[in-house]
Design a protein around this ligand. Sequence first.
Ligand SMILES: [Zn+2]
Length: 99
Amino acid sequence: MSSPATLRPLLEGVHRVPEITSDGLQWTVRTPQHARLAVEMVLAWAATEQRMPGRLRPCANDECRLFLLDRSRANRARWCSMAVCGNREKARRHYERTR
Ligand SMILES: [Zn+2]
């Protein structure tokens, strides 16, 4: 995982503006069009980190590009999905044991 500082260029030109809507005042994030998706991901990541610190991490399967959000009490989840990556790891270990 690279340092959060590498995300900084993505946040250039992003600002939050107050808008009056029929529901009252609302804060809207204004993002340069080309960076919208990346910025949304950064903001979602930051919000998750704030709400559940240390719970968001990459899947332990090196070939997997997914992340997992660990909601367990022990905070030891390693796989994005036990059914997919967890099982693959179990099968791999089994294969190595029985070789
Ligand atoms: Zn995975």
